[in-house]
Design a protein around this ligand. Structure first.
Ligand code: NAD
Length: 477
């Protein structure tokens, strides 16, 4: 069993807090790590270390900061398999899947950091009569990055690239359910002391961090409930926050598509990472003309998602992160069945150790059921048959969440109509993907703050304007 520590000012330290937390392997239910929950003293130390290191980090030339980050990225890439193994132990993700996402995240981190080389940190705009306006985009200072457990390493890397490359320093507070991979990530850091700091713990470590006066940006990824609390706290002290919260993403399947191929794609969208993705497909609206064939193919595809320990090569579907998460998932199934839904496959808790839950397809679902209104974060595919594509689009937009959406159609007019779904990202005829130019802001309860592309740099910097009139315009004394 591992004992984990905080990383403050380049040194590994035991936390001051006395409350002990455990990491449980969700496939075996064994305790695999222990650590003390960070206290407000630990947070103070980490924020002070970041604050003290910030001016020197920001004073380095941009290219030097990017070079530092590229070196860290190279070390992470070299250890991607080991990090994926640790993610598997702490939250159950199959190692192969974790590896794929970590590789992608490292490339994204590097691309995002290199964007700094193009970003207009200082911009001169000549004005009339020889005047000049200079816009300087300064780092905001010290940032807090708070992350969930569903993609431990990718979530941290996605937040850190632009924040660090822009000249900020950081305190990271990862999920208490997945701290092992993040501790290893920090061991691989070759950044100057104090630039990145790590405090482990649950909300008792997270809250003092978001409340700390020296924190000028909070980048939070997690639940709506915690996001609301953090948003109101940071708002109260006029601190900027980016809130990336939950989702209940719809998928609309049009008439005329290949039902079998589309069902295969939807199965992946609903079940990948055991459904624990903020943009998992959680509401499926299918045109009645293809519904029967689609549901049959979806159930067949679900049966190929072999349950097991993520360390086994044959495993496609790892366990849920913990018993609490499995209870939520099963409650959504039993509520739907009580309301008249039918289970086409899955829907039962397997016997034995581990927090496993099978890929489950539900039909005869309606929009009032928990499985259609609350985020499930589990391997459920609830299907609603609609009488027209337009009805599908309208019902897809009827959620209080607005994170992502997916539409499968062969009709160009219908593809264009997909833009009516309120979502940060809408995918047409694929799920996930898109280049680094992706730019979006979630809506509704899915959060706030634009991210992606240059917006991440805009969020990590504060613009100031210096306007200079030409000397002759000065009054003569
Ligand atoms: P969570 O809100 O319980 O925890 C997220 C992080 O916040 C953890 O590190 C936790 O310790 C910390 N935290 C909790 N309460 C806090 C508080 N009051 N102050 C400061 N920190 C606090 O969420 P979770 O269960 O870890 O993650 C799952 C959720 O994350 C889902 O809702 C999922 O949709 C969402 N998510 C969103 C995105 C996105 O990009 N929108 C990506 C991944 C996950």
């Amino acid at each position: 069993m591992k004992i984990l520590q905080n990383f403050i000012n380049g040194v590994w330290r035991d936390p001051q807090g006395t409350s002990l937390l455990e990491v449980v392997n969700p496939a075996t239910e064994e305790v695999v790590a222990q650590f003390g929950c960070g206290s407000s003293d630990d947070v103070d130390r980490a924020v002070d270390a970041a604050g003290d290191a910030q001016a020197a980090w920001a004073a380095r030339p941009v290219a030097e900061r990017v070079e530092h980050l590229s070196r860290w990225a190279a070390a992470i890439a070299e250890h991607a398999e080991e990090l994926a193994e640790l993610e598997c132990q702490e939250m159950g993700k199959p190692v192969g899947l974790g590896r794929t996402f970590i590789d992608t995240a490292v490339r994204g981190f590097t691309t995002a950091a290199e964007e700094a080389l193009q970003y207009p940190f200082v911009e001169d705009i000549p004005g009339p009569g020889g005047s000049n306006t200079t816009i300087v985009r300064n780092p905001v200072g010290v940032a807090a990055v708070i992350t969930p457990w569903n993609f431990p390493v990718p979530m941290v890397l996605a937040a850190l690239g632009p924040i660090l490359a822009a000249g900020n320093t950081v305190v990271v507070k990862p999920s208490e359910r997945s701290p092992m991979s993040i501790a290893r990530l920090f061991e691989l850091s070759t950044l100057p002391a104090g630039v990145v700091n790590l405090v482990l713990g649950d909300s008792r470590a997270g809250a003092p961090l978001t409340e700390h006066n020296r924190i000028r940006l909070v980048h939070f990824t997690g639940s709506v409930e915690a996001g609301r609390r953090i948003g109101s706290e940071t708002g109260g002290r006029l601190c900027r926050s980016i809130l990336e919260l939950g989702g209940k993403d719809p998928v609309v399947v049009d008439a005329g598509v290949d039902p079998v191929a589309t069902a295969g794609a939807v199965a992946f969208g609903a079940f990948a990472n055991t459904g624990q993705i903020c943009t998992s497909m959680e509401r499926i609206y299918v045109h009645h003309e293809v519904a029967e064939a689609f549901v049959e193919a979806l159930a067949a595809a679900a049966s190929t998602f072999a349950l097991g320990d993520g360390h086994d090569a044959g495993t496609v579907l790892g366990p849920l992160v913990d018993e609490r998460q499995r209870t939520i998932v099963h409650r959504h199934v039993t509520d739907a069945v009580a309301g008249g839904a039918h289970i086409r496959c899955g829907g039962e808790i397997p016997e034995g150790k581990g927090f496993f839950y099978p890929a489950t397809v539900l039909t005869d679902v309606d929009d009032s059921m928990l499985v259609m209104t609350e985020e499930t974060f589990g391997p459920l595919a609830p299907v609603v048959v609609v009488s027209s594509f337009e009805e599908g689009i309208e019902r897809a937009g009827g959620s209080r969440f607005a994170l992502g959406a997916t539409v499968y159609t062969n009709d160009p007019a219908h593809a264009a109509a997909a833009a009516a779904i309120p979502a940060g990202v809408t995918w047409i005829n694929q799920w996930q993907g898109g280049g680094p130019e992706r730019l979006y802001e979630p809506a509704g309860e899915s959060g706030m703050g634009a991210t992606g592309a240059r917006a991440a740099y805009d969020a990590a910097t504060r613009p100031a304007t210096i306007h200079t009139a030409r000397p002759a315009a000065l009054p003569v004394s």
